[in-house]
Design a binder for this molecule. Structure first.
Ligand code: 5GP
Ligand code: MN
Length: 349
């Protein structure tokens, strides 16, 4: 009965796509999984879950990311084997060259994989996209794109279920899927009202995951300096622009060095100002290695991805998006403030 209900809720991927993916997997032996720059819990979760599944099918599999992932995801099984593109470019290139199948997870625009983009586009391998961002371009041979699904990880779970290979899933796989589902919904506090999410979690629990431990690993694993940085930012750096119900935070390289920040230490800071009554738009701007990185979050209907796209050529989801700026961090902040009046109708009612 449970299986029957599960099938009813989750058969969202078309039969045509399912058949094509099945054939592509069966006909391949060397598989590469690639995900977006500044990989988050969903990017790493979906990639490692698929990795565990494909290993069980005796495939040779490599997960490649454009740059490093947060320290709080290092506990995940398989994380040690991830190839970091900007540190191991030669190896990344070699595996992409040798691959006969490439999965592109949690992005749908090749700019999102930085330097890996050139190698992926040169490759003759079949390419499968699995993603939940609004789709702009058909960049792969097979497209599994469902923006209504709250995480790519859940989509990977649904895919494996629909291709009829759920017998190959195990606890490692389930832990990775849960991590991605949890991090893309703020531990099921937003974008998380679909009933199918909880049917999926039920299946994951049956594989033996400990969801409380996973929460602890991800959210209670910060360094002392990260928590001190949080205090500093909220006390000294958060600018509230009440007229536009907006919060704006900037964080320079110098400030990051002062707090000896590690990879991922700034994740989640952008969400905090949304807990202020009446603030509906939060912007967090920080200096990264080769650009200024901007994160946007909103409560309710304000479409941050529209702002991200129109002002910074970025993208993402309505309530969570991002972009990059080539220039001084101060100028990125000035640009945000200058553009707010253009969105007055969306920010003030
Ligand atoms: P974050 O602020 O956590 O880096 O990203 C939030 C969301 O926006 C994620 O879904 C991520 O994929 C998307 N995103 C972040 N930065 C960019 C960007 O520069 N371009 C696009 N298209 N999407 C982005
Ligand atoms: Mn995602």
């Amino acid at each position: 009965m449970a299986v029957l209900l599960y099938n009813m809720f989750n058969k969202i991927i078309t039969e045509d796509s399912i058949n094509k993916v099945k054939i592509a997997i069966l006909n391949s032996s060397r598989i590469v999984i690639v995900t977006h720059v500044f990989p988050d819990g969903d990017a790493i979760g979906s990639s490692l879950a698929l990795y565990h599944f494909l290993i069980k099918l005796n495939k040779s599999v490599n997960v490649i990311v454009p740059n490093n992932f947060p320290v709080f995801l290092e506990w995940m099984n398989g994380a040690k084997n991830i190839i970091i593109g900007n540190k191991e470019e030669f190896i990344a290139h070699k595996f992409i060259q040798l691959a006969d199948l490439i999965f592109c997870l949690d992005f749908n625009n090749f700019q999102r994989i930085k330097q890996l983009h050139f190698y992926i586009q040169q490759s003759k391998a079949k390419k499968i996209l699995i993603d939940h961002h609004p789709l702009l371009e058909h960049i792969c041979d097979i497209i599994i794109s469902y923006p209504t699904v709250s995480s790519t990880s859940e989509l990977v779970f649904i895919l494996i279920h629909q291709i009829g290979m759920s017998r190959y899933i195990d606890r490692n796989f389930a832990e990775c899927i849960y991590t991605g589902m949890m991090t893309d919904t703020g531990a099921f506090t937003y974008n998380s009202n679909k009933v199918q999410i909880y049917f999926t979690i039920k299946e994951l629990l049956k594989e033996g995951i400990n969801k409380d431990v996973i929460y602890d690993n991800v959210y209670n694993n910060y360094s002392e300096s990260r928590i001190r940085l949080q205090g500093y930012i909220l006390y000294k750096k958060m600018k509230i622009i009440w007229e536009y119900r907006t919060s704006l935070i900037t964080l320079s390289n110098e400030e990051q060095q002062k707090f000896s920040l590690k990879n991922g230490d700034t994740e989640g800071l952008v969400n905090i100002p949304l807990s202020i009554k009446k603030i509906i738009f939060s912007v967090f701007i920080r200096e990264a290695d080769d650009c200024v990185k901007i994160s946007f979050r909103s409560k309710g209907k304000f479409p941050t991805n529209k702002f991200a796209f129109e002002v910074f050529n970025g993208g993402g989801h309505s309530n969570a998006s991002g972009g990059e700026f080539n220039g001084r961090i101060e100028d990125a902040a000035i640009l945000v403030e200058k553009m707010l009046p253009t969105y007055r109708h969306l920010l003030t009612n």
